[in-house]
Design a protein around this ligand. Structure first.
Ligand SMILES: [Zn+2]
Length: 162
């Protein structure tokens, strides 16, 4: 982990907070090329009724628009949560050079946890990756969200019962 990685992960956490403000699971992602952010995204699945609207996909789409090319050569993608299989696949298609993620995802993480997609032999493009950058802070951001949501649901049930 280097200082750059920490800096960009903090920016990704700010994007995750935007998702949370929209009542989405707080995950944020951004794409960096030559020290500049060229794409950013946060989860929008619930609001847009779109299972593919993950933070990483949003960031990849914006980065492609920014440089006018879907091939994001020499780019690094930062994301607060370990990518799922769809997003790991999208990174291969986008030719992302390096992935940096924060918290591990024991349920759908497809880089280290459930699957190790990026390490699949024979893939046409290799993405290097770094796990665990600000992992604890990223995990806390997520668990605080779920805790708050559970409390809200409980309060709503209580109110409905009275
Ligand atoms: Zn995903």
């Amino acid at each position: 982990m280097n200082e750059q990685d920490e800096y960009w992960m903090r920016q990704a956490m700010l994007l995750a907070a935007k998702a949370e403000a929209e009542d989405e699971v707080p995950v944020g992602a951004l794409v960096v090329l030559n020290g500049q952010c060229i794409g950013q995204g946060w989860n929008k699945s619930i609001g847009s009724h779109d299972a593919t609207a993950h933070a990483e996909i949003m960031a990849l789409r914006q980065a492609g628009q920014t440089i006018g090319n879907y091939r994001l050569l020499d780019c690094t993608l930062y994301v607060t949560l370990e990518p799922c299989m769809m997003c790991a696949g999208a990174m291969v298609h986008s030719r992302i050079k390096r992935l940096v993620y924060g918290a591990a995802d024991a349920k759908t993480g497809s880089v280290d946890s459930v699957l190790r997609l990026l390490a699949t032999p024979g893939l046409n493009h290799l993405v290097n990756w770094q796990s665990g950058v600000l992992a604890e802070e990223c995990a806390t951001q997520l668990s605080a969200f779920f805790k708050r949501r559970r409390a809200e649901k409980k309060a709503a049930r209580k109110q409905a019962a009275t």
